[in-house]
Ligand binder design. Structure first.
Ligand code: ZN
Length: 302
């Protein structure tokens, strides 16, 4: 999501994404644990560079996407000191002009078609199997990162939500909800904005495995090892086969049409209120978070 312009220097946080090889497995890890791995642009382009490296390394068979710290990702960066939506990066995903120095919807569309929708689609097409290894929060933009992976292994403490309807916006930019949750559950998740647990996500078919937190890495790498014995080109074609069928089921065209509604909502917010996020920020979004099963104070301690 793109809010108001806030020019200023962005602190250097060092390696916001780390890359590691474990035999045939590349491990790409988001590394902003102090901000629950909130996704800013520098992280987006670092993720893209890491994925590219893994694709080009012939010895990498499987890619694991992880988040350092207690949480996988709390979503798009809408309020850390490293928020960098006013910084220019070379476009990678979309052949479109840069968002800087553009007014209104022109700016929002240019940015989101590149860093959110475009990047997620690009990563979904990575020709090697990808596995999201998810613990703690996996919220809004965090869901997008998990969803673009082929498989999701979740720790027992993982929780998920897309609360952006609170901003008056019909879901995050990569609108996979009806396909990964089913239409009725997608509506419930969006209408309530509630968090749902790893067990619930498993029951709904959104994640492949739920494992104890201390087993998360071992279980994920065991699965990756098993997949890594398959022929590389066979895996690439298989991935393409399933993705093509998912697109035949309307994922791509549905997402295109919803992206228009998403930007209509941003524009409406900007037209009638203070900004394109409906006056919401990281704090107010967090304060509104409740669980699907209960809304006690302790459950709000994200
Ligand atoms: Zn947006």
């Amino acid at each position: 999501m793109t809010g108001a312009q806030a020019p200023g220097a962005v602190p250097d946080e060092g390696e916001v994404v780390t890359y590691e090889r474990r035999g045939p497995i590349a491990v790409v890890t988001m590394n902003r644990p102090d901000y629950r791995n909130a996704q800013n642009s520098v992280m987006t382009y670092a993720l893209d560079a890491a994925f590219t490296r893994a694709v080009e390394d012939a010895d990498v068979q499987v890619i694991v996407l992880a988040g350092n710290g207690k949480h996988f990702s709390a979503g798009h960066d809408i309020g850390t000191p490293g928020r960098d939506h006013h910084v220019r990066y070379e476009n990678k995903a979309a052949l479109w002009w840069d968002h800087l120095d553009r007014p209104g919807g022109d700016q929002r569309y240019a940015r989101e078609v590149e860093v959110y929708l475009g990047m997620c689609r690009r990563w979904r097409e990575i020709p090697k199997p990808t596995i999201a290894m998810v613990q703690g929060a996996c919220i809004a933009g965090g869901l997008m990162l998990a969803w673009v992976c082929d498989l999701i292994v979740a720790a027992q403490d993982a929780f998920f939500s897309d609360p952006v309807v609170r901003m008056g916006i019909p879901g995050v930019e990569y609108f996979a909800h009806p396909w990964v949750l089913g239409p009725r559950r997608a509506k419930e998740v969006l209408y309530t904005g509630d968090r749902f647990s790893a067990a619930q996500a498993y029951e709904w078919g959104m994640v492949n495995r739920v494992v104890a937190n201390e087993e998360l890495a071992a279980e994920t790498f065991a699965l990756a090892e098993k997949i890594s014995t398959m022929p590389q080109f066979g895996l690439a074609l298989t991935k393409k086969a399933v993705n093509q069928c998912e697109d035949q089921m309307g994922l791509r065209s549905g997402m295109d049409s919803v992206f228009g509604l998403h930007h209509f909502a941003h524009a409406h917010n900007a037209e009638v209120g203070a900004d394109s996020l409906g006056g919401m920020n990281a704090e107010s979004m967090k304060a509104g978070a409740t669980r699907r099963d209960a809304s006690t104070a302790e459950n709000r301690a994200m």
